[in-house]
Unconditional design. Structure first.
Length: 249
């Protein structure tokens, strides 16, 4: 009788803990997934899920209409709820990367039959999106000429802002101070990726410098007209803790 290799279960367990996506793919290739495959997934903590998503998924897998989109899908769902609710004339996106989220915003505006997306980014080397509702501005959001163009385009319009550029505290805080006056009561300034401030670089996520979460807290002390919207974090996990800032007065 062939003896079972006693190290196989241990190897499988290590693969599950360290690389759960690879574990699941191997399970699917090897056989039809069983209940135990899914139960093992359900034992993951939120922290384990986030680290897996960051290390193995978000920078490689997600696409919107074929274009890379570096987003937590739970947050992406919240975005469409906000956009439909407030019906913005302009979505100002500061930081567009590959353009997947830019196209996503434009397609949502298509469904509503109104609005434009202003995409601001200092680097267009990975960006290849074209859409009649998208207006691109290439440059630093702190530059006076960029600021002037944005304010000209937004004058007299209902604006919503999504900030996903530099994640250093001073840069985020500078953009919050500079562009928050564009946001009317009832609309949002969404500051992304404050989650990185809640992790240590030793965990493979985040950095040693203060980031968006700390910028948000300082901004809120200066601006009582904005408040974090807890309903936007109702799915428990978000990459943007305290980041869905609603103008309330």
């Amino acid at each position: 009788m062939t003896q079972r290799n006693p190290s196989r279960p241990l190897r499988a367990l290590r693969l599950l803990v360290r690389h759960p996506v690879d574990f699941f793919r191997q399970a699917v290739r090897g056989s039809v997934p069983t209940r135990s495959h899914y139960r093992d997934r359900f034992r993951m903590t939120l922290k384990e899920w986030f680290l897996m998503h960051e290390r193995e998924i978000v920078y490689k897998e997600p696409r919107w209409m074929g274009v890379r989109i570096i987003k937590n899908p739970l947050d992406t769902w919240i975005y469409q709820e906000i956009i439909y609710s407030i019906q913005p004339d302009v979505i100002l996106e500061i930081g567009s990367s590959y353009g997947g989220s830019t196209l996503y915003f434009a397609n949502l505006l298509d469904l509503m039959g109104k609005g434009m997306v202003i995409s601001v980014d200092i680097d267009r080397s990975n960006y290849s999106v074209q859409h009649p509702r998208i207006h691109t501005i290439t440059g630093d959001s702190s530059a006076p000429e960029v600021e002037r163009e944005i304010f000209d385009l937004c004058r007299g319009k209902k604006v919503m802002i999504s900030h996903d550029s530099s994640h250093y505290k001073e840069k985020v805080l500078s953009d919050l101070r500079r562009y928050s006056p564009l946001v009317p009561v009832g609309s949002y300034f969404v500051v992304e990726d404050g989650i990185y401030d809640l992790f240590s670089p030793l965990e493979g996520v985040g950095g040693f410098a203060d980031g968006p979460f700390d910028a948000i807290n300082e901004f809120l002390k200066e601006n009582p007209g904005f408040e974090p919207d807890p309903n936007c974090e109702r799915y428990v996990f978000t990459n943007h803790p305290m980041g869905f800032l609603k103008r309330v007065r």
